[in-house]
Design a protein around this ligand. Structure first.
Ligand code: PLP
Length: 420
């Protein structure tokens, strides 16, 4: 495999190609193929961007049909038939059946764009600056979003420019048995706590990059009611946990809460095309025309594939029930692997929701050894968490059972060889 040009010309900033140093050529659903024709099972799936698998045939057909008809590809934020179809489908298939009413802001195409837009909207709408975010939260790496991201590695990459406008609270479970919201509520009620009244709280219901930390459903409900009591907007960053990953279209549905603002990206286009949106309660739409700008606002090809994904997978609950079933398969196996490790004297725990799951092996080096061994055996799987100590499964939701089981077998075998 020829990798010299890649190593010579691509910046040192590259990451995933270090864990998986092969040249990929093709992919279909949960399988990747490299230049030598070797196949891999994909438990990374674009870090949650390929929920419907690589080159999903339904979505590919919608894309090809759209291109074939000379549909508008770029139109700034022109009205297009594709945009109208996207918005109508979102309303009919996703929002209305869930009793949600939102207006849609189409910012630039990445997750961090959506987070920037969401927190800026919250500030504009509320007329104050402070955004409460949580330990281990990950919300993107542009300056505004980075200020709400916990990880020191990313925070240190500003060259010393201070990150401002946010305050960190302990996420659910961060303080062990204590309810971390007691602390937040106490600060809010104390005029001398030093916490400026927040414009908004931004939260992931399951922290993806932060280590598959799962917020309890009661914790999320209480967070919502604290926000309501204090006139704070609740932003759910559903960029990774959304689009079915946890077994519901929106991850917050499990808790029965209604955020004021929601961000989606990663799997929103369904096809791996760059695409993001911000959903807001209609009254919050305080933007003046053009006040938040960008050349790529809403990507028409993504409108076509995203609408096709909603129509194909979300018309009824068949797909979400299947995701929940597969989630239980992974949960069960991960529990067994964690129990086996613990018997060997390596304390390990399983956690997650739906098909967003991880095994915390307590040590980043050990997790790296396990994922490297798995890659040798044909499984692409990554780690997350503050020290990379969580081996995480983000396989396509559409993964065939045989690939799911084969991937789990490889992981189990890799753990056994590394820990033995
Ligand atoms: C990936 C991610 C982002 C950032 O998205 P980018 O497209 O990488 O900018 C923000 N929030 C969450 C929860 C994410 O997982």
């Amino acid at each position: 495999m020829q990798t010299q040009t890649l190593e010579r010309l691509e910046s040192n900033v590259r990451t995933y190609s270090r864990s998986f140093p092969v040249v990929f050529t093709k992919a279909r659903n949960a399988r990747l193929t490299d230049e030598n024709g070797r196949e891999y099972i994909d438990f990374l799936a674009g870090a949650g961007t390929l929920n419907y698998g690589h080159n999903n045939p339904h979505l590919k057909q919608a894309l090809l049909d759209y291109l074939d008809s000379d549909g508008i590809v770029h139109g700034l934020d022109f009205w297009t038939a594709a945009k109208r179809d996207y918005l109508e489908t979102l309303e009919e298939v996703i929002l209305k059946p869930r009793g949600l009413e939102y207006k849609v802001h189409l910012p630039g195409p990445t997750g961090t764009n959506a987070v920037e837009a969401a927190i800026r909207l919250a500030r504009v709408a509320q007329g104050r600056h402070n955004i409460v975010t949580f330990t281990n939260g990950f919300h993107g790496v542009t300056m505004g979003a980075l200020a709400t991201t916990g990880n020191r590695k990313f925070r240190e990459a500003t060259g010393g420019i201070p990150l401002q406008g946010s305050a960190f609270m302990p996420y659910d479970g961060y303080l062990g048995e204590a309810d971390s919201l007691d602390y937040f509520e106490k600060l809010l009620g104390d005029n001398s706590s030093g916490l400026d009244l927040p414009a908004a709280v931004i939260v992931e219901t399951v922290q993806g990059e932060g280590g598959i930390n799962v917020a309890g459903l009661d914790w999320l409900k209480r967070l919502e009611s604290i926000c309501r009591d204090h006139g704070i907007l609740l932003i759910v960053d559903d960029i990774q946990a959304g689009c079915g990953r946890t077994g519901k279209f929106f991850s917050f549905e499990h808790a029965g809460i209604k955020p004021d603002i929601v961000t989606n990206s990663k799997s929103l286009s369904g096809f791996g095309l760059p695409f993001a949106h911000v959903l807001m309660r209609p009254e919050l739409d305080k933007w003046k025309p053009g006040q938040y700008n960008g050349t790529f606002r809403g990507f028409n090809l993504a409108f076509a594939t995203a609408a096709a994904a909603m129509r194909h997978y979300w018309k009824d609950d068949t797909f979400e029930r299947d995701v929940q079933r597969k989630g239980r398969v992974v949960e069960d196996r991960f529990q067994k692997i964690a129990a086996w490790m613990s018997e060997q004297g390596v304390k390990a725990t399983e956690r997650g929701r739906g098909l967003m799951r991880g095994i915390d092996v307590g040590d980043g080096d050990l997790a790296d050894k396990i994922t490297a061994k798995a890659f040798e055996k044909g499984l692409v799987i990554e780690t997350s968490g503050q020290a990379g100590e969580v081996v995480k499964c983000l396989c396509p939701l559409t993964i065939p059972d045989e690939d799911l089981l084969a991937g789990l077998d490889i992981l189990e075998q890799s753990v056994k060889e590394v820990v033995a």
